[in-house]
Each structure stands twice: as C-alpha cells, then as structure tokens.
Design a protein around this ligand. Structure first.
Ligand code: GDP
Ligand code: MG
Length: 216
C-alpha cells in the first residue's frame, strides 16, 4: 500500500538566479551548515544531497547548484529538466536580480508546466537596511505566478530549513496527486519521466557514501 510507509521519495531541486545572490551559500548552509564570506566559485559537486524524514516518509533531495554558468547566460534546459522543484533566488538588496527571477519563472513554466514547485527566495535578509525589493511586490508577484515566496539569510541561517521543508511537502503532494491521477496503479511512467523515483526501500540510484556526489 502506498500509504503504509517504507517508501522513499527522490526529488531533484535546482537553484537558479543571477550570480552572487547566494545560491551556493544557501546549498552549503543547508547541506553542510557552512557559510563563507567570499564568493564560492566552484562547488566540488554538481549536486549535494540531503535526506529527510517527513511524517514517516523518507525524502532524498538532490540539490543542484550552478557552476557559475549564469554569468554567461548559459544555463539551459539540460540543467533544470526533470526537476521537481526550483529555487529562484534573488538578493533583496538588488532589484535587478529580482527581475531576473521573473525571466526564470517564465522559462520554467513554458518548459516544464505546472508540475514543478516554484520557490521564489529573497536572500540576504540580514541586509534589510539596504533592501531594494519590496516585500509586498515580491510576495504579490509570487502569488500571481503560482509560486511561494520565502525570505532567507544564508549568513545567519534564517528561513532555510523552513524553505526546504515546505518545498518537500509541496513536492510530495504533487507526486501523490500524480500517483492518484494514474489510478493508484504501479506504473511509474509518468513520475519516472519527471524524475521522481518512488521505491519501496532504499533508492536504487547509487550515491557515494557521505551523501556528496563528487565529480568524476
Ligand atoms: N550578507 C549576506 N551575504 C550573503 C548571503 N548569502 C550569500 N552571501 C554572500 O554573497 C556572495 C555571493 O554568494 P554565492 O553563494 O557565491 O552566490 P551565487 O553566485 O549565487 O552562488 C558571497 O560573498 C556570500 O558570502 C546572506 O544571506 N547574507
Ligand atoms: Mg554559486
């Protein structure tokens, strides 16, 4: 039975947004509880993993960060395809970075439709005094495109756990709705196509010990 536990959800989450808004910082804070004042140019992995247990259900997240390609406007569908969730990150002190988020929303909705859970993330709220994006505008925009809005500080570790937990719950709901719409059958075609694997015990995809996928 689907509801009887013993089930693992595997989700792919991508980070998108202008350079320097704090994408890498958010991932490192969440997965390794680290923060660095300098711009981190290269992450050692293309994604970091995090395991959660949400109301008795296991969730494995693969969180994909960019390798800085956003600087060259060179992030394409190959990066975000098959993702179940996306964090569209802007810097609350940088109005331009918020406009970039709007471009990403349009592109993702066009390419992936409504099944991807979108999170619009205003990062660096510790710099509130330099805020250049109004909370009302950002939240209103998010609502208008069916996304949810979150406030974070990677520096102070604020709002990040809540953001990922909420996203996971939304992705689980989406996956469950998809399961139901398939008539409770065991066919995995629909979710497999979208990159969700629902397996009965440990995930089949091998991940290196330590939970971090190193390159090579
Ligand atoms: N004050 C502050 N600085 C941050 C925060 N998050 C990231 N930064 C800084 O912003 C810069 C860019 O961060 P980075 O994670 O490399 O951004 P990315 O290019 O989007 O991956 C670095 O100097 C970080 O230390 C935050 O929440 N508050
Ligand atoms: Mg980065």
């Amino acid at each position: 039975m689907a509801a009887a536990g013993g089930k693992t959800y595997s989700f792919k989450v991508v980070l998108l947004g202008e350079g320097c808004v704090g994408k890498t910082s958010l991932v490192l804070r969440y997965c390794e509880n680290k923060f660095n004042d300098k711009h981190i140019t290269t992450l050692q992995a293309s994604f970091l993993t995090k395991k959660l247990n949400i109301t008795g259900k296991r969730v494995n997240l693969a969180i994909w960060d960019t390798a800085g390609q956003e600087r060259f406007h060179a992030l394409g569908p190959i990066y975000y395809r098959d993702s179940n969730g996306a964090l569209l990150v802007y810097d609350v002190t940088d109005e331009d970075s918020f406009q970039k988020v709007k471009n990403w929303v349009k592109e993702l909705r066009k390419m992936l439709g409504n099944e991807i859970c979108l999170c619009i993330v205003g990062n660096k709220i510790d710099l509130e005094k330099d805020r250049h994006v109004s909370v009302e505008e950002a939240e209103g925009y998010a609502e208008s495109v069916g996304a949810k809005h979150y406030h974070t500080s990677a520096k102070l570790n604020k709002g990040i756990e809540e953001l990922f937990l909420d996203l996971c719950k939304r992705m689980m709901e989406t996956a469950q709705a998809e399961e139901r719409s398939r008539g409770n059958g065991t066919s995995h075609t629909s979710t497999a196509r979208r990159g969700v694997q629902i397996v009965d015990d440990e995930p089949q995809t091998a991940m290196p010990a330590g939970g971090c996928c190193t390159s090579g």
